[in-house]
Design a protein around this ligand. Structure first.
Ligand SMILES: [Zn+2]
Length: 164
């Protein structure tokens, strides 16, 4: 079967017959891989340890169209990644910061630009053999998604500093 290029992360996937997320634009093959990663995380607490990074990495690599709620959403997910990769927060502890960011920066709809293709795709996370390697692969993937938004790092860091 021919592959398709995902409009969000720009990796190639074989199409599958499923529904994709309504506003974060991913192709069906990506969505399929992502939901399989989520299934692992929801079925085992050790896999779930890095769930926050999984969600943020997925969303940040699929920014979709420039509507206010998407701009808001991408910004929050980048703040989540920044908290983990720049400020050393445990993935489990970054959620309250996202709530705070939502309250604080609600009306700031600055459009973020400069997303590059990340070096690692979600499919690689599915290669994990156990919870430990799952955690490592998710952190690795999340780190490359964070790097793919390097043009926004100064801005996102300033948001994070405001929250700490
Ligand atoms: Zn994608």
């Amino acid at each position: 079967m021919s592959s398709e290029t995902c409009p969000g992360c720009r990796f190639e996937f074989v199409p599958v017959q499923i529904r994709t997320h309504e506003y974060l634009e991913a192709c069906s093959g990506y969505w399929d891989a992502y939901t399989r990663v989520l299934a692992k995380e929801y079925s085992d607490p050790a896999y779930f340890e890095v769930h926050r990074v999984t969600v943020d990495a997925y969303a940040a690599s699929h920014p979709g169209r420039s509507e206010p709620r998407i701009i808001q959403s991408i910004k929050l997910h980048l703040i989540g990644l920044c908290m983990v990769f720049e400020f050393g927060k445990d993935p489990n502890s970054s959620t309250p910061y996202l709530q705070l960011a939502k309250d604080k920066f609600q009306s700031d709809f600055q459009w973020l630009q400069g997303q590059k293709k990340a070096e690692v795709c979600v499919s690689r996370v599915l290669l994990s053999k156990d919870a430990k390697s799952h955690q490592e692969l998710v952190l690795d993937w999340g780190q490359t998604v964070w790097q793919s938004w390097s043009d926004t790092h100064a801005l996102i860091r300033s948001y994070c500093e405001n929250l700490l």
